[in-house]
Design a protein around this ligand. Structure first.
Ligand code: GLC
Length: 728
């Protein structure tokens, strides 16, 4: 019987970036180049020269450094000096699924494929740095950028970020892990100060970045807009020097978020290496030709010449900027763009990340039927143009309606709007204004939908959010947990006529679903990119057996969650008028909270159904812990169709001297099984899996005593458990 190994790594003592191939040659070239550079040349490479590039050193043959967003595809060219699209006709891209979808796949191999694929497109577009992945933890469902990140659990986010980083960088394109750190809301993002305990910082908000740097070997990190300990993060030595470059040994470059730098001294001393986007808000405000006025430009040069700031600090920045540049000059690979393979990758990632939340038997849909009615604005709405900096100019974007029409070639596939959200839609770029306006009054739109569904074999309603402002978009948080545009009422009206209706929710955040008991099926379909409609149709028809698992909890109501007071979110102003947000919930984030307070969520972390079923047996856990301890469990496909199961491993510390979560995710593995097939899944637990962060000792501590391993199909569907002891 084939064994499957899932090994959990301890963070290695040395960040992988230092050991990448060509390391010694690059280090020699960096040292030699720095020694030959003039002060002006050094100043030139540590700040932007255009919206997305910084200078090279023409005299010494060092090319410019070009960045681009990320993380779901390569952003179209902007004008040299502005956010406006350059209007090129050869920069359309493959739009990949959002990172919440990738996280929902719980498939490390898929994350590697994703990184390789999107990295090929960045290489083809001659970008040195792809600005992603985003790994900020989902602290509140209202955060506008949850869709760009990888959920509520630091272990899952880290495990999925590492292969993405390796995949992108296998193309000799740098990743830029963002937004380091504590950028967990958009409200007042450019100035709000985060108040947080060290334990929550180290246990919840840093691990994904640490994994991306130390295990993934990320070549750059993006410093975030907000403040921490009342200092802008781009000037924050505790985060950038003590932790990132000190404790983690990061040898890459820290690139500021666009407009996140606010002083020369701060940027010089705080650990920043490359200043981008100054005098902008990172979304739409712009100051043309401001580059000499950057904080690390003329002002910095003058302070060095006056002896107020040491040139040695500049030399370290220059070395890191050159190391980043030279690492991306390796190899003769040219990448590729919009290839059939990339679209196939996109479709695979999308269908693997879709989560089946409810199925009363209506799914999978049979394709030999007469009439399918597709409802909802999100069945026709382009999504990749929204979201702000991660928005894209896709070479194509198959809508859910198009995907379903392709999947039911013999059927009559009827479309009805059912509701109108945002009729106008312009992307970040001038290339398209989608007019989705509908002259009919809302009641007529609904009446027409109700008339259409009467004799349908299937009714598929595609709703959710849409990456417009306040609907899963950078720069603004959501204003409500509920679905917008009166969708709940429309869904309930349709469900009254067709209780077997299939609800497809498109969103990058949890949403309220008061209709959960009134519909036949619910499918969580993320922002799926170019092949969205085909991925959705693959799952609805059973061409792909859904295997996604939620990367964050769907609470019944926002008030069930840990973030309850104004000071927790969106924050309050202090007596000087500065915005302060307090992470009073501390480590109790996501399922850690709902377990702690024993509140039943609508759908729990790690939850997702399949068209088949799985049985767990033979859990084997040694009685006493040893480093690398092997945990084994057998999983069998007890249904009649092939499918994949994400086996989740949680750990409980039963005798902790401090408050610890009921359980914490410390392992997972995805196994694909034919009907009747069984396989043993093996995990290895290291001491880090048992530890909590002792902030007084400033170290990770695993306390001797009784522990438990719990394995299951979700955080609330534990199939087997066994105790063991940590002796010392
Ligand atoms: C934006 C975003 C960041 C993006 C950068 C460049 O403000 O915060 O994620 O990479 O600016 O567009």
């Amino acid at each position: 019987m084939k064994k499957v190994f899932f090994v959990l790594f301890l963070c290695l003592p040395l960040c992988k970036g230092c050991t990448d191939n060509g390391g010694k040659a690059i280090e020699a070239k960096v040292s030699e180049t720095v020694s030959q550079m003039t002060l002006d040349e050094k100043i030139g490479v540590v700040h932007a020269q255009s919206k997305f590039s910084s200078r090279g050193v023409p005299r010494l043959g060092v090319p410019e450094l070009w960045c681009d967003d990320g993380p779901h595809g390569v952003r179209p060219e902007t004008l040299w000096d502005s956010w406006a699209a350059a209007g090129w006709t050869n920069d359309s891209c493959t739009a990949y699924p959002s990172l919440t979808c990738l996280a929902a796949s719980w498939d490390r191999d898929l994350a590697l494929l994703y990184g390789r694929s999107v990295g090929e497109e960045a290489r083809y577009r001659k970008k040195n740095v792809l600005l992603g992945p985003g790994v900020n933890i989902c602290r509140t469902p209202l955060c506008g950028r949850n869709f760009e990140y990888m959920g509520e659990d630091p272990y899952l986010a880290g495990e999925m970020a590492v292969p993405y980083v390796k995949g992108v960088q296998s193309n000799n394109v740098a990743t830029c892990v963002k937004h380091f750190a504590l950028n967990n809301q958009e409200f007042m993002r450019s100035s709000i100060n985060v108040n947080i305990s060290d334990r929550a910082l180290y246990e919840i908000y840093l691990p994904a970045f640490k994994a991306a740097v130390m295990d993934g070997g990320a070549w750059s990190v993006m410093s975030s807009y907000n403040k921490y300990q009342n200092e802008w993060v781009s000037h924050q030595p505790r985060l950038l020097k003590d932790i990132l470059k000190g404790e983690w040994g990061f040898d890459g470059a820290v690139i500021s978020d666009w407009g996140a730098v606010h002083s020369t001294e701060g940027a010089a001393w705080g650990g920043l290496d490359l200043e981008f986007g100054t005098h902008t808000n990172g979304v739409d405000i712009n100051t043309a030709n401001a580059y000499d006025a950057y904080y690390l430009a003329d002002a910095y040069k003058q302070k060095i010449l006056a002896g107020e700031l040491p040139e040695s600090e500049l030399d370290d920045k220059v070395s890191r900027a050159l190391r980043l540049n030279f690492r991306t000059l390796q190899g003769d690979n040219c990448g590729s763009m919009c290839s059939p393979g990339h679209f196939a990758d996109c479709r695979k990632i999308g269908s693997e990340g879709i989560v089946l939340l409810k199925n009363s038997g209506v799914l999978p849909m049979k394709t030999e039927v007469g009439k399918v009615v597709v409802l909802g604005e999100n069945a026709i709405r382009p999504m990749v143009v929204g979201g702000s900096s991660s928005s894209l100019k896709a070479q194509h974007e198959i809508s859910p309606l198009q995907g379903l029409r392709e999947a039911f070639p013999e059927a009559e596939v009827v479309y009805e709007r059912a509701y109108v959200g945002e009729p106008k839609l312009t992307g970040n770029y001038n290339y398209g204004l989608y007019d989705l306006s509908d002259p009919r009054p809302a009641d007529v739109i609904l009446a027409d939908a109700l008339a259409a569904v009467q004799d349908a074999d299937y009714v598929v309603f595609v709703g959710g959010l849409n990456k417009n402002k306040e609907q899963d978009c950078e720069g603004k948080d959501r204003l409500a947990y509920e679905l917008p545009y009166g969708q709940n009422e429309v869904i309930e009206a349709i469900a009254a006529a067709r209780p077997d209706m299939i609800y497809v929710n498109i969103s990058g955040s949890p949403v309220a679903m008061p209709f959960v008991d009134k519909v036949g099926a619910i499918v969580q379909a993320w922002y799926l990119g170019s092949e969205a409609g085909r991925a959705i149709a693959d799952v609805l028809t059973g061409a792909v057996n859904p295997s996604g698992k939620l990367p964050f909890t769907f609470p019944v109501a926002l008030s069930d969650g840990p973030v309850k007071t104004e000071r927790q979110y969106p924050g309050i102003q202090d007596e000087e008028g500065n915005w302060q947000v307090y992470y009073d919930e501390d480590i109790w984030v996501g399922y850690r909270w709902y377990d702690h307070v024993a509140v039943e969520p609508l759908f729990p972390f790690g939850y997702g159904l399949s068209y088949t079923s799985f049985e767990y047996s033979d859990l084997r856990v040694p009685g006493t812990f040893s480093d690398g301890m092997k945990v084994r469990v057998r999983v069998r496909n007890t249904g009649d169709v092939a499918g994949a199961e994400v086996v989740q491993l949680y750990v409980t510390d039963e005798e902790a001297s401090v408050d610890r979560p009921v359980k914490e995710l410390k392992g997972f593995g995805k196994v694909y099984l034919e009907p009747g097939e069984s396989r043993e899944v093996e995990f290895r637990l290291n001491r880090s899996a048992l530890s909590y962060f002792d902030e007084s000792a400033h170290e990770w501590v695993a306390e001797p005593g009784a522990f438990k391993v719990l394995v299951g199909s979700s955080s609330r569907d534990i199939r087997a458990e066994a105790g063991f002891r940590l002796v010392r």
